[in-house]
Write a protein that binds this ligand. Structure first.
Ligand code: NAP
Length: 343
């Protein structure tokens, strides 16, 4: 029945329509349960796979790519970030690395604003107070927060998500200041009527922003982009938000900075040693801690599932339309056996 089909090694149960779409084309193997595989299970499961469909929690390094062997055409990540994959090693082997951009942009921007508002208005502290039974009534000085209106939102990494966060700033009466690698955005990328300011460098942004929100990918250049000197450069009552990747922030330095009373608050969706929380953070009341749920809406996870499946299928069939981050992979010939199968 499924004999002769290319194999897709799926590291984790993904939402529909990923299983259905993949199942039409591939012989599916791997983990159809909701627990992360160990590195050993991945290494032992990938040999002979034409596609690896994985999540950001799976490390797909040179050893995994090598174990997969010559049939491997694509590593399709169920995420827009791809720091869990050795792209250089994949490119050398002619393997496409595909991601799910765009479909998660708005959900992640919404979650970023949830973090900003929760930190500014001490939402988690308030919730804990009420649940603990210690709420004794309205008070003029209870849980005073930080007003956002009139403030500056500093966005580090003005790509898809950074811009979606920026678009929402007008609704909260905030001005936007941003940095990105390639200089100011072209005028057509800035919505009409908006005046987003380009900061000459990161430290200039940090010195001016009331809220600093991180939206850079994780890579050698951005690991610990925010460390002790950058935290010290921030306003004493600023808020730091990280919905990018944990290692972009030196969390030990963040915990120490907050402990010393510098910064109003921090709000994190991602962690340096995920899922381990850096000691010192969990005991601080002015830190909001979410369990990496930036893209976690029903609609978005469904779209990500479809995108990850279609990327794997298109790559193995040698079709265009793969959201690949290493398009320098010259030409991926269609997998010999998959031509017999229609999507
Ligand atoms: P994107 O469109 O590629 O945007 C990345 C932005 O970062 C670009 O503006 C880029 O500059 C900028 N950048 C890269 N390196 C930089 C550096 N060293 N200094 C300053 N700016 C730099 O990516 P995206 O779709 O917005 O996603 C961003 C990241 O969010 C992903 O890589 C992922 O790790 C994270 N994410 C997290 C969640 C979550 O669940 N919390 C969900 C989705 C995504 P240029 O414009 O000049 O290239």
């Amino acid at each position: 029945m499924s004999r002769g089909r290319p194999r897709a090694f799926v590291t984790r149960l993904l939402p529909e329509p990923a299983p259905s779409l993949l199942g039409e084309v591939f012989e599916l193997c791997g983990n159809l349960g909701d627990r992360p595989l160990t590195s050993r299970e991945i290494l032992e499961g990938v040999p002979g796979a034409s596609a690896i469909v994985c999540t950001l929690a799976d490390r797909i390094d040179a050893a995994v790519l090598s174990a997969a062997g010559a049939e491997l055409r694509v590593v399709s990540n169920f995420a827009v970030g791809f720091d869990n994959i050795d792209v250089t090693a994949a490119t050398k082997r002619g393997v496409l690395v595909a991601t799910t951009p765009d479909v998660l942009t708005e959900a992640t921007a919404e979650l970023t604003w949830a973090l900003i508002l929760a930190a500014a208005r001490r939402v988690v502290e308030g919730d804990a107070l009420v649940r603990s039974g210690r709420f004794t009534g309205w008070s003029p000085s209870l849980l005073l927060g930080k007003e956002l209106t009139g403030g500056v939102l500093g966005i580090v990494g003005m790509g898809r998500i950074g811009r979606a966060v920026a678009r929402r700033a007008a609704g909260f009466g905030m001005r936007v200041l941003y940095t990105r690698r390639s200089g100011p955005l072209p005028a057509e990328a800035v919505p009409g009527g908006e005046q987003w300011g380009f900061a000459a460098n990161l430290h200039a942004l940090l010195a001016s922003a009331d809220v600093v929100s991180l939206h850079v990918p994780l890579g050698p250049e951005t690991r610990h982009l925010i460390s002790a000197p950058e935290l010290a450069a921030m306003k004493w009552d600023a808020i730091l938000v990280n919905a990018a990747r944990g290692p972009v922030v030196d969390e030990a330095a963040l915990a120490e900075t907050l402990r010393q009373g510098h910064l109003f608050a921090a709000a994190l969706d991602v962690y340096e040693n995920e899922p381990v929380i850096t000691p010192g953070l969990e005991g601080l009341t002015n830190v909001v801690l979410l369990p990496h749920v930036g893209s976690a809406t029903v609609a978005t996870r469904r779209k990500m599932a479809e995108s990850a499946a279609r990327n794997a299928i298109a790559a193995v069939r040698g079709l265009p339309g793969v959201n690949a981050v290493n398009l320098q992979v010259p030409c991926v010939p269609p997998c010999a056996r998959v031509d017999q199968w229609r999507v």
